[in-house]
Design a protein around this ligand. Structure first.
Ligand SMILES: *Cc1c(COP(=O)(O)O)cnc(C)c1O
Length: 474
């Protein structure tokens, strides 16, 4: 399988090069050249498979010769053996035809673990075989940093530097990052805001000599390998509920559009999906787009579901590429207009093509709290604010009550305890495997909000041999 860029001018690449490249050189996102097909018999044969083997079969057409490599199968088995439930992504029932897909069983209690745990191991496998190393640099306001750290801890070919705003992340979030004792993990508490951290990371990527010397790389959801790994749980859930002989609807708490796009990939491959319900908080750019055909950015407003406080959903470009029949020139034009003016408009007939499969809705903080309380009253289950938005929008927008509705539980309630306490009066507990989080020693370096200071520290600690690659003197 080869991959092409949504902007059309970067070279087509094989899977391993797409994995290491992340973003395409023309600024686009890589997508498979064609969508592989799963017929009904293949889907039927998925019933009852262990999650890691299901993952291997779904990924097979995307990863080329890796699929038959015993090291790849072993990597998948190792990835998902560490999760907190033997089903890896278990379903929980909320009502007769109403389900939760529990994606909180990974080490950092959010769905990002399902892809990042795989990605960290895959980086190591591919880099070790190439005799190469990378340095991952990222800014986080909480969730992504801990998922990336857990994914890359103790990996021989990867060093990780995570910048977060000193004193401005929750204690659970900070401890999930700073209590990892691995020598290749470096937590930098920046004396500044999240925006300052992001600006520092951007400046490092724009410093070409620094970027090249350190082999800088990123692990955000523009990486195709992350999408592919997330496609697996959509198939697992649908098969458990009767696919291919029964259709399902998915409701997906959405920010960057990576998770719901992974579901779309499953549908393109042949999984019978009735509808994707795109659930957003008050930062509802996607809901407004599906209603009006116009995507217009506004200021990001903080909410109870911070991981969805996003105005520019980077993965949406991948859907746009398909809506415009893979015409990269149109996508390039639309994205350039969006970058310049903050507005993107889709023609009526293009939107009509997306409408049977996608619907969107939004919930504000008050409605989110009410949804947490309602699920608690009805079932005795505690859900987090992101999940609550998925449940609430899903119930309102489901196409047909006879079609099973699967809402994705994207984070564990103990990650966002204050919102849960406000809704239910109950403080959710960390699962036993994380129970000693508050006793573990922390390791963190406080750094000034200063590019030179941060670059100096990273050069000092990264294991990649600076200068050795290009024979260059510092
Ligand atoms: C990242 C995240 C989301 C948003 O997922 P996207 O793939 O960015 O749409 C939703 N909920 C939680 C808890 C997250 O961490």
């Amino acid at each position: 399988m080869r991959y092409v860029s949504t902007r059309g001018t970067a070279p087509a690449l094989e899977f391993e090069d797409v994995l290491l490249a992340g973003l395409a050189r023309d600024g686009g996102l890589y997508v498979p050249e064609t969508w592989p097909a799963l017929d009904a018999a293949a889907i039927r044969a998925f019933a009852g498979l262990p999650y890691a083997e299901l993952a291997r079969r779904i990924m097979a057409p995307f990863v080329g010769r890796l699929a038959d490599d015993p090291a790849f199968a072993a990597l998948l088995a190792d990835t998902y053996a560490k999760f907190g439930h033997p089903a890896v992504a278990p379903l929980a029932q909320l009502a007769p035809n109403d389900w939760l897909l529990d994606l909180t069983q990974g080490p950092t209690l959010a769905f990002k673990d399902y892809a990042l745990q795989f990605l960290g191991r895959l980086f190591d496998l591919v880099l070790a075989r190439r005799g190469a190393r990378i340095t991952i640099v990222g800014a986080t306001s909480g969730d992504t940093g801990s998922a990336a750290i857990e994914a890359c801890r103790d990996r021989g070919a990867v060093d990780v530097f995570i910048l977060f705003p000193n004193g401005r992340v929750s204690e659970v979030q900070r401890r999930q990052m700073t209590t990892v004792p691995s020598a290749n993990i470096h937590c930098l508490a920046i004396d500044g805001t999240f925006d300052d951290c992001q600006a520092l990371v951007k400046a490092m990527f724009n410093d070409a000599p620094f970027r090249d010397a350190l082999g800088l790389s990123a692990v955000n959801s523009i990486n195709w390998a992350r999408i592919m790994a997330q496609t697996v749980y959509y198939v697992a859930a649908a098969v458990a509920l009767g696919a291919p002989d029964r259709r399902v609807a998915f409701s997906v708490p959405t920010g960057n559009f990576g998770n719901v796009f992974a579901g779309y990939v499953a549908a393109r491959m042949g999984l019978p999906v009735e509808r994707f319900i795109v659930a957003t908080n008050r930062n509802d750019i996607l809901a407004r787009f599906y209603a009006s055909g116009t995507m217009a950015t506004a200021a990001v407003e903080p909410s109870l579901s911070p991981s969805m406080d996003i105005q520019v959903s980077s993965n949406f470009e991948r859907l746009l590429f398909d809506l415009y029949e893979r015409d990269a020139r149109v996508v390039t034009q639309k994205m350039a207009g969006f970058a310049a003016g903050g507005v993107l408009t889709a023609e009526r007939e293009r939107l009509a093509a997306a409408r049977p499969l996608f619907v969107a809705g939004r919930r504000d903080d008050e409605e989110t709290t009410a949804a947490i309380a309602a699920v608690w009253r009805e079932t005795g289950m505690l859900i987090d604010p992101h999940t609550a938005i998925g449940v609430a929008v899903g119930r309102a927008e489901r196409p047909d009550p006879s079609v099973p509705l699967v809402a994705l539980a994207t984070a564990h309630p103990a990650k966002f305890p204050d919102a849960v306490v406000r809704a239910t009066g109950i403080r959710p507990e960390l699962p036993p495997r994380l129970g000693d989080l508050f006793e573990r020693p922390e390791r963190v370096t406080v750094v000034a909000n200063d590019l030179r200071a941060v670059e100096h520290l990273i050069r000092d600690r990264a294991r990649i041999r600076i200068g050795a690659r290009a024979g260059r003197k510092e």
